[in-house]
Design a protein around this ligand. Structure first.
Ligand code: GCU
Length: 604
């Protein structure tokens, strides 16, 4: 008697002939619109051990592993290729490449599975799952049901579980895919390592039925420093016409704001806060209540402006003494800890910096919170990097969503002054339109900050000239005279030829230096040569009055697949500190001395 094959077993056979198997699982419905404001909320942390399996051929989606139910192996009556409820485990947050040698270059899908035990949900409660970041596509399944997926490797996303969770044991499955493709953001070629996995915190939030979905608090940027603006987005059956209570105790604010018909509650309050700045990182507790729901944040009030070719913080001239940083660690990969961040800011302080360029994607949200606390200014960026598929509407939607997610996540952070919409993109019409619309999106979601992008010099004209500069506030320029560009004198000529009408930040410059025992004593990749490049760059840039900031490339050596010469061996060695995040190179001290002088000039 031939056993009647189960539907699942039948499907497992059929899926061998179905290359459209993944279409139902790419809704990208988990996006900036489904984010939940989590400041001050109590979270149930779901980090730790999850069952894990790499899945190079997407067999899990083809065979619907997520529809399998737990069973003892002896009880199973049909063959199967993976049992999500047993087997190897990994601890998250993590990048799988850092966990086992056999996964170092693995690129594809991987499955994470864990039980989720919940008490009976009360009628007036809602449950939200929040994933801090998963690289790149993350599909969420609960008890065998596909709930949605998120595109973008460095921004948080939420999925509501209300009505999907059952009392007692549930099973949560994530399918994370880090395959590089030409239509993703970034696309398939980057100068940083393509880490994969769930590498920031996973949390479960329980809220009342009506919630404060978003909260944006800031100084009104009208140059009077005498009013703050609050916008809250309310969501739930009682949102319309509800009243939200706002308290900022240290400013004597305790007020109520009524929401309008579309669930928005907005107000401007006359008050003159102690202004936030790197030298005075003053933060205020903000409490917002809506019935049973309460969220909190710590907000600094300040104004950043671009006026002509100048930058101004709270009305005073500003020069950005910066350094660029990646999220990268010899042991942890792209996982960032608080200790790692505080070390980063400590080294930036040693460099006499007041500014960091968080390249080339949204960094961990703790970075901006710590910068708020310590007094650093930040450039935050989405990975519209090099040759993006600028003609593709789906690619634009992906980039725009990542930008809005970043802005919604960090727009209460005083330290963040610049939203960057990309890096080193070719000057084509399609790119111009794509990035202009991104710059407009940034202003739409946050009119209080400046926009920028890391552009390239117009080598043909030997000028700082990029059509995108008409649509951004600050012109970022990546230039590598002394390294990729051999005629250093050209930089002097460019400096003289250029007369930009907006502030320029040299968003990258630098040179590799291998300071290991096998590094060269002189010439390319030597410490001596890196030092020479920094000396010449500093001498040239300090003479250009329209240069209002510098963030050399880069604080630490970092991992990258494409660099395999004997001095780099899988790492970019332009760091001012080696990959051990401790050994400073000679050029570190050159930059530190220059910034100490700049600081004495008094531009904050
Ligand atoms: C480019 C790019 C960086 C890269 C650097 C380099 O400017 O923006 O991501 O790492 O140059 O070549 O080292």
């Amino acid at each position: 008697m031939v056993l009647e094959r189960s539907e699942l077993a039948e499907n497992a056979l059929q899926c061998l002939h179905d290359e459209a198997y993944d279409a139902p699982y790419n809704l990208q419905n988990l996006n900036h619109e489904t984010l939940l404001f989590v400041g001050g909320r109590t979270a149930e942390n779901l980090d730790g051990a999850w069952n894990f399996c790499v899945d190079l051929l997407d067999t899990g989606l083809r065979q619907k592993w997520f529809e399998m139910t737990p069973a003892d192996p002896e009880e199973r009556i049909e063959p199967y290729d993976y049992d999500p409820y047993m087997g190897e485990q990994v601890v998250i947050p993590s990048n799988w490449q850092m966990l086992k040698e056999k996964w170092y270059f693995f690129e594809g899908s991987a499955w994470y599975t864990r039980p989720l035990d919940v008490e009976a949900l009360k009628a007036d409660e809602r449950k939200f799952l929040r994933i801090g970041a998963a690289q790149y596509d993350c599909k969420v399944f609960l008890n065998g049901e596909f709930l949605g997926n998120h595109y973008g490797g460095s921004t948080p996303f939420c999925v509501e579980l209300t009505g999907k969770l059952r009392e007692g044991r549930n099973w949560l499955m994530l399918c994370v895919n880090n395959t590089r493709t030409t239509d993703r953001v970034p696309m398939r070629n980057t100068d940083w390592f393509n880490y994969g996995g769930v590498y920031r915190e996973v949390e479960l939030y329980t809220t009342p039925k009506t919630v404060i979905r978003d909260l944006f608090v800031r100084l009104v940027p009208d140059g009077t420093y005498s009013a703050i603006a609050i916008d809250a987005t309310l969501d739930g059956p009682d949102a319309l016409g509800a009243q939200i209570e706002i308290q900022i105790p240290d400013l004597g604010i305790n007020t109520v704001i009524a929401s309008s018909q579309d669930g928005l509650a907005s107000a401007e309050i006359k008050v003159s806060p102690d202004l936030w700045s790197p030298s005075n990182p003053r933060l205020y507790d903000v409490i917002a209540r809506l019935g049973e729901d309460e969220v909190r944040d710590r907000v600094g009030f300040r104004q950043i402006e671009q006026i002509g070719a100048g930058l101004f913080l709270n009305g005073k001239p500003l020069f950005l003494r910066g350094i660029s940083v990646h999220e990268d660690d010899m042991e942890k990969g792209k996982v960032t800890t608080e200790e790692d961040l505080r070390r980063r800011f400590g080294h930036a302080r040693d460099l006499n910096c007041n500014f960091l360029r968080l390249a080339h994607y949204p960094h961990h949200e703790k970075a901006a919170r710590i910068a708020d606390e310590l007094g650093f200014l930040l450039w935050e960026e989405i990975p519209v990097y090099w040759a993006i598929d600028f003609e593709n509407p789906a690619t634009f939607r992906d980039a725009q969503n990542q930008l809005i997610e970043l802005i919604k996540r960090d727009r209460n952070r005083a330290s963040v002054i610049i939203w960057s919409v990309g890096n080193e993109n070719p000057d084509t019409d399609a790119r111009l339109d794509f990035m202009r619309r991104l710059a407009e999106t940034a202003k739409q979601y946050d009119p209080t900050r400046l926009t920028s992008a890391a552009c390239l010099i117009n080598h043909a004209k030997k000028k700082i000239e990029d059509r995108l500069s008409n649509f951004i506030d600050v012109i970022g320029i990546n230039e590598y005279y002394g390294w990729y560009e051999e005629n250093f004198e050209d930089l002097v000529e460019i400096g003289v030829n250029s007369s930009p009408d907006k502030p320029v930040v040299i968003s990258e410059t630098g040179a590799d230096a291998d300071i290991s025992a096998t590094g060269p004593a002189r010439g390319l990749f030597s410490e001596a040569y890196q030092t020479e490049v920094y000396e010449k760059q500093i001498a040239t840039l300090r003479a250009l009055d329209y240069v209002k900031g510098i963030s050399p490339w880069i604080l630490y050596d970092f991992r990258v697949e494409r660099r395999q010469n004997i001095f780099q061996q899988g790492r970019n060695k332009k760091g001012l500190i080696a990959g051990d995040k401790a050994t400073k190179k000679e050029a570190f001290h050159k930059l530190s001395a220059f910034y100490a002088e700049k600081r004495e000039e008094g531009e904050q």
